[in-house]
Structure formats: C-alpha cells, structure tokens
Design a protein around this ligand. Structure first.
Ligand SMILES: Nc1ncnc2c1ncn2[C@@H]1O[C@H](COP(=O)(O)OP(=O)(O)OP(=O)(O)O)[C@@H](O)[C@H]1O
Ligand SMILES: [Mg+2]
Length: 361
C-alpha cells in the first residue's frame, strides 16, 4: 500500500542515508537529498560528474569500484574516512551494491554518516560541561559575594572611625579590591538577562561586528563576506548575537595576530540549514553563521574544555569569551560547533529560524 501523495522519489529524499548511483563510467546518475547534503552541493553539480573527482586520492578509488563492478561484488566498509576535495573529512559506513538498471550495471552507494551520533554525544557533553561549570560558579559566586559585602561595609565603617586621615589609604584599598573581586564574579556569572527578541536581519548584526573589528585592528586582516540573502528575518536579541559573534571573531583576530600569519583572513559566511536537532529539538530551518580563520588552530590541550569559563591559552586572557558566547547562543535555543586544525579554525553558530506566523507578534 502506498500512502497518498507519497511517491518513491519523495521517500528516498526523506531518508537520512545518502544514496548515490553511478554508471559503468563511474559518473553519478542519481543522488538523493541526503546525498546532496553529504557532498554539500546540488544535484546539478553532481549528476554527470565522475564520483571519484569529489574525493582526495585514497578515499574512494576508481580501480576498486571498477573491479567490484567487473566481478559483480558488493562490499561494505565501516567507519570509512571520506576525504573530500575541499578537505572536509566525513566518517561514514558505506555499502556498495551492484544493480542492474536500464540495461547496464550500476553501483549504488549507501552512505550513513557516523559522525552525527558522536556529534550528538559531544553536544550533550558540551552542554553538561557548561551546565556543571555554571552551577559551580553560581555557588561560588554566592559564597564570595556575601562575605565580600561584609568586608566592604566594615572597611567603610572603619574609615569613619579612623583617628588619622593618612590611614584612609588602606580602607580605600580594601574597598577597591572588594569591588574588583565583585566585578570579576559578576563577569564569571555571565549574561543573566533573558534575550529581548525582535525580528532582525542577521546580516545587520554581522556587519556591526565587522565595523567594530575594522576599527579595532590595525593589522591588515582580510575579511571575506559570503552572506546568503535568502535567510529570512530571525527572532533574536541582536545585541546578544553581536556579542557572541564578536567574542569569536576577536579570538580569530588574536590568533592570527599572535601567530604572525601571512595573509591573515577571516571569513564570515551565512547559510540556511535544514532539519537540524539542537538540544533534542528538531528544527526544520536554522540559520548558520560560519566564522573561519586561517590561523594556527586551537591548542589541543584545551580543545575538550574550550567552552569552560577561565580556560585560556593567553597570558592576559580571562577565558570568558567563548563561555559567554555559548550562554548567549543557548539563550536563543542555538548551538555552537567547532572544527579546528592548523590553518583552519571554524566556529559555526546555529540559530533556529521560527516562522513569523507562529509567534504572536
Ligand atoms: N580562532 C581561534 N584560533 C586559535 N585558538 C582559539 C581560537 N578561538 C579560541 N581559541 C582558544 O580558546 C581559548 C579560549 O577562548 P576564550 O575567548 O574563551 O578566552 P580568551 O580569548 O583566552 O579570553 P577572553 O576572551 O576572556 O579575553 C583561547 O585562549 C585560545 O587559546
Ligand atoms: Mg576570547
């Protein structure tokens, strides 16, 4: 029985498994939507092109495929590392089946990404870390702020009773240092206010960051913009998103400058993404902001705790930039991903796009 309105083509496009079929010349003759997503390009650029051309040597070998076809052998490979020409690396389970179709032998590729599963557990871990760190800080902040208020108050009282004006220097010092500590605790606690959501143009926020950054850097860092004009207005707190992006961009600027990279470059890219699960919630539509630099990459020693507050590789860094950025993006129901290697550090912000008619404004 077939559900009304559901033809097989539709069904193949609903699948999470990437399906790609090639003819005897190994040219692509069919690709479903998951396949397009895997190759990060549309069927127009895939159909009629040689499959192996999309991969680096050693990933998908033409000789092996031809042999499989000649001998009519099917094969499966688990945890295969697919290295794309654009240097992307995707882990996938692969099954290749010989199919006889249209009077000729073809190969059908079924590719299931396995990084999705590990990404979800990484996301859970990242959230758990973030949550644990915030709880710890909240508890500590409370314990520090109360006695601190007492110390400050006592110093002020003491000041009034001082027999000698010259001694004020010391009570002032107590007050100043208490204020400094209080300030630090407040910054550690991070932004606490809920976002004031307004319909906004995401690119406007990015352009503000770009302008701020240009003023801030005397170094000639090239900024490449590649915005997707089809992104609809998003329901965000523009200042918060600006702050999150700025914290990430600032890190890039610092990394590029400190490492004296020749031809330093930061790319700001926006795209629309589809069907993405964030914190267990599936969103049909999300906005993606990619912030990419060609710097030295994130030191491996801090990669796993990157979003913890006070994790920093810099002498004067407070290690709060990314922790704050994550809090801000979490407030929007979004997520931050990181991918970093030498010469390529990429932070991706995902923000759910809600449809205007579903909100009450
Ligand atoms: N684009 C990047 N390239 C290389 N390393 C990075 C990049 N972004 C972040 N990092 C690393 O992550 C660490 C944490 O960044 P975070 O913004 O949280 O703190 P910080 O920059 O050290 O201090 P703060 O932002 O509070 O001034 C940095 O110290 C740096 O080592
Ligand atoms: Mg920073």
């Amino acid at each position: 029985m077939q559900a009304p309105g559901l033809d097989q083509e539709n069904l193949l496009n609903f699948m999470n498994t990437a399906l790609v079929m090639v003819n005897h010349q190994l040219s692509i003759v069919y690709v479903n939507q998951a396949g397009e997503a895997l190759f990060e390009t549309g069927s127009k650029h895939l159909l009629g092109h040689a499959l192996v051309d999309f991969f680096m040597a050693g990933s998908i070998e033409a000789s092996r495929l031809k042999a499989a076809m000649r001998r009519g052998e099917d094969f499966t490979e688990n945890e295969l590392e697919l290295r794309f020409r654009d240097e992307r690396v995707v882990m996938a389970d692969l099954t290749v089946t010989n199919v006889y179709y249209d009077n000729a032998t073809h190969l059908l590729f079924e590719l299931r990404r396995i990084d999705q599963q590990s990404r979800i557990s990484r996301e859970n871990l990242q959230n758990a870390q973030h949550f644990a760190a915030r709880e710890l800080i909240r508890g500590l902040a409370h314990e520090i702020k109360n006695p601190l208020g007492g110390i400050r108050g006592a110093a002020q009282l003491l000041e009034k009773e001082l027999p000698n004006e010259a001694l004020r220097e010391f009570t002032q010092m107590i007050v100043e240092q208490s204020d400094r500590l209080r300030n630090l605790v407040d910054r550690l606690l991070g932004p606490n206010a809920l976002p004031k959501l307004k319909w906004s143009n995401l690119h406007q926020a990015l352009e503000k960051v770009r302008a701020l950054m240009k003023m801030d850097t005397e170094h000639a860092i090239t900024i490449v913009r590649d915005y997707d004009p089809s992104i609809p207005e998003v329901h965000i707190d523009q200042e918060m998103i600006q702050q999150a992006v700025l914290n990430i961009v600032k890190n890039s600027v610092q990394a590029l400058t400190d490492a004296h990279i020749t031809g330093p470059e930061i790319k700001l890219i926006t795209r629309v993404g589809r069907q993405l699960t964030i914190q267990g919630k599936r969103h049909p539509l999300v906005a993606r902001i990619h912030i990419i630099d060609n710097g030295p990459g994130i030191p491996s020693t801090i990669r796993d705790t990157l979003f913890y507050p006070m994790v920093s590789s810099k002498q004067n860094g407070s290690g709060l930039g990314l922790s704050i950025a994550q809090t801000l993006i979490n407030h929007h129901g979004g997520r931050i991903d990181v991918d970093s290697r030498h010469g390529h550090t990429e932070f991706t912000l995902f923000l759910p796009i809600v449809r205007k008619e579903l909100t009450h404004e």
